[in-house]
Design a protein around this ligand. Structure first.
Ligand code: SF4
Length: 694
């Protein structure tokens, strides 16, 4: 029995964990948050929640939170607590000094997918209007940047095409490279409800996840492919649909470029793309692929949901393109119950991408070189905007090691723990003259920081988050910021210390500026969100009430574009020294690198990361259940406990990455997606051997 006391008031706000975007009533007694109650009118969750949103908010009052700014001359010096004014003076002086000495391209920012839309907008504005370059990137670089590229190229915009509600009208679901039961639990419940009512499920995943088989659901087909072969499987599905004449010719003729489709059809029809030809490579029997393709093409309304098991590969963008090809060729876009849906991992990864956090795009996914695009912002901001795209995160780190990139403002992301090739990240950070970490806790990246700006939690500010179905939800201040300021105020202080004259007094003014500069948000205002409860973008003159389903009358880009998806093997190869393939994922009770969930008293739910290994691979290595094992790759090694399971096939091992001790990114490689540099986290050649412990 938990004593919670009697709440005195409640505030409706939005969960700050995953991209489902559940609404909650935060129940308060005085300044104390006593309970989070799922809000029954929340459009994404309809009164449901998972353990994270409901119980894992204690990090906001955790003793580890840093509440005062800190500075130091060198990373070898101890931290010195200072006032906000002193912190801003110190930071502005350093950053201005770097710009004077090394030029305006020597500094940049990393925005956060945890912060609000308004905060993401201000951080990229700081880069473009104050630092005067486009060196802005986001943690989406390491998760869904291939979605931006792949859906942008094929459909015209980087977003899920259907709303969560329309899963009720789906007949066949493909879940590829995602485990919504762990990563997007409330959406998984809605999906399972539909499956229990008769919809059919195809799971494409190296691991037998809870989606494949759990109480009350069983997938029709589980294509348990070898990690790294997504493109071969997706192309083989297309091969079957084309060669067996299962495509929707009318839809393609009406909505896509028919000539491009014919080129694509010729490409996928080649014998080397047949399920039989790729069976050895993918490890999936050809008959399973053929049956899955027939079910998706002919089973009624088809929806595809995908996650980081698609994007975090050297061919992540190619697989996203392949998924869009499948949907277009079967006519499964633009009406209820059908579509292509990236399951966004973080609460506001959709929003941070929408807000122009990428170095080549201004808000609303408009290229910095696009005709007339810079004019809009130059007029609104009264500055000249750099016409060259800026640096991506890995390019910033490379340039730092080379000595040309010297200053970084890193908001709400622990790049030392979450980005690949930890040694290289550390070398890049160590080479900079000014690293500003803006966060709740002294994270691993802060070891290399000169300035620490304490951040505010989602409970301590107003703003909006945008979920995986493009739904803009209100975030409402539940309590005063323990650190003194909301994150948008801190970014504004930094901009003004650098010479800007920003004067926002509330995030509603920032949203009004977003609406003024960004066509897909032109009709969005706090007033309208308050009236409607939430709004799905695009929301403008054409769609004043927002847009639950995209691409209804035509694709955003005009004609849907088919692009060939040539399979290219990753450079990460197994061999005698590293014969197994490691892939990674999440667990329900933890979140990303665990900065919040590990500080909520829930460690009993999942106190360490475990390595899943098949019984055969364990036996030949003399590994027993619960043994410590050494996990080694060409990049490095770590030690963790093994659990023996047939959820993974022989030759494949799997772990989560929530605990810093695991050091999963010491193991991962520096290979990345060809189009976007999204790291190839999901394929690493490894060896597993017995160990006495860390
Ligand atoms: Fe929060 Fe996602 Fe859980 Fe909903 S499903 S409560 S948004 S973590």
């Amino acid at each position: 029995i938990i004593e919670i006391g009697t709440p005195e008031r409640s505030v409706i706000t939005t969960c700050a964990y995953c991209g489902v975007g559940c609404s909650f009533k935060a129940e308060m007694r005085g300044d104390e948050l006593v309970r989070m109650v799922p809000y029954k009118h929340g459009k994404a969750n309809r009164g449901h929640s998972c353990v994270k949103g409901r119980f894992a908010y204690g990090y906001a009052s955790h003793k580890d939170r840093i509440l005062n700014p800190m500075i130091r001359d060198s990373i070898n010096d101890p931290w010195q607590e200072v006032s906000w004014d002193e912190a801003m003076d110190f930071t502005a002086k350093r950053m201005k000094g770097i710009i004077e000495q090394h030029g305006r391209h020597s500094v940049g920012v990393i925005t956060s997918s945890r912060c609000t839309n308004e905060e993401a907008y201000l951080v990229q504005k700081l880069t473009r209007a104050v630092f005067m370059n486009n060196n802005t990137d986001t943690c989406a670089r390491v998760c869904h940047s291939p979605t931006g590229y792949g859906l942008g190229q094929t459909l015209g915009t980087s977003a899920g095409t259907q709303d969560f509600d329309s899963v009720e009208e789906t007949d066949v679901v493909i879940v590829i490279g995602a485990n919504p039961v762990s990563g997007h639990p409330v959406f998984a419940s809605r999906l399972k409800k539909r499956l229990r009512k008769g919809a059919k499920l195809i799971v494409i995943d190296p691991r037998r996840t809870e989606m494949v088989e759990s109480p009350h659901i069983k997938a029709e087909h589980h294509l348990a492919l070898t990690p790294g072969t997504n493109v071969a499987i997706v192309t083989a599905l297309a091969h079957v649909i084309v060669t067996e004449g299962l495509f929707d010719a009318q839809f393609i003729q009406d909505r896509c470029d028919w000539d491009e489709f014919q080129d694509y059809a010729e490409f996928v029809s080649q014998p080397q793309n047949s399920p039989e030809s790729v069976a050895l490579l993918t490890g999936v029997p050809a008959a399973e692929v053929r049956a899955a393709a027939r079910l998706y093409a002919k089973g009624g309304n088809g929806s595809i949901y995908y996650g980081l098991g698609v994007t975090e590969h050297s061919q992540g963008s190619t697989t996203v393109i392949g998924i869009a090809n499948l949907a277009m060729m079967t006519g499964n876009v633009g009406r209820p119950g059908v579509g292509v849906n990236p399951l966004r991992g973080q609460n506001n990864v959709q929003g941070s991408c929408d807000m122009g956090s990428f170095p080549h795009e201004l808000p609303g996914y408009r290229h910095v070189k696009g005709e007339g695009v810079r004019d809009i912002f130059e007029k609104a901001w009264g500055v000249k905007i750099d016409e060259e795209p800026g640096l991506r995160i890995p390019n910033m780190l490379d340039a730092a090691v080379e000595g040309t990139f010297k200053g970084l403002y890193c908001q709400g992301e622990d790049i030392l723990q979450s980005d690949p090739d930890t040694k290289h990240v550390a070398a890049g950070l160590a080479a900079m003259d000014c690293v500003i970490v803006h966060d709740l806790f002294l994270n691993e990246t802060a070891n290399y920081a000169h300035v620490f700006l304490p951040g505010s939690t989602f409970l301590e500010k107003d703003g909006t988050f945008t979920n995986a179905e493009r739904r803009i939800n209100m975030v409402r201040k539940v309590m005063a910021p323990r650190n003194g300021y909301a994150d948008w105020e801190i970014t504004q202080m930094l901009a003004n210390a650098m010479g800007a004259k920003w004067s926002y007094t509330h995030p509603t003014q920032i949203m009004d500026e977003i609406a003024m500069t960004t066509p897909s948000f032109a009709g969005v205002s706090y007033e309208k969100i308050e009236t409607m409860g939430s709004i799905q973008w695009p929301c403008n003159e054409k769609a004043p009430e927002g847009t639950p389903l995209m691409h209804v009358d035509g694709f955003v880009r005009g004609k849907g574009k088919f692009i060939n998806t040539e399979y290219v093997a990753t450079d990460e190869k197994t061999g005698p020294r590293f014969p197994l393939l490691l892939t990674t994922g999440r667990i329900l009770s933890q979140y990303n690198v665990g900065a919040q969930t590990r500080r909520t008293g829930n460690v009993a739910w999942h106190s360490e990361d475990l390595l899943e290994i098949h019984p055969h691979d364990a036996e030949v290595r003399g590994v027993k259940e619960g043994d410590f094992v050494r996990l080694a790759s060409r990049s490095g090694d770590t030690t963790l406990r093994a659990t023996i399971t047939d959820k993974v096939n022989p030759g494949v091992v799997y772990t989560t990455f929530h605990h810093p001790d695991t050091q999963a990114n010491v193991i991962t490689t520096d290979f990345s997606d060809w189009a976007t540099n999204c790291p190839e986290y999901k394929v690493t050649a490894v060896q597993v051997s017995p160990s006495n412990g860390p």
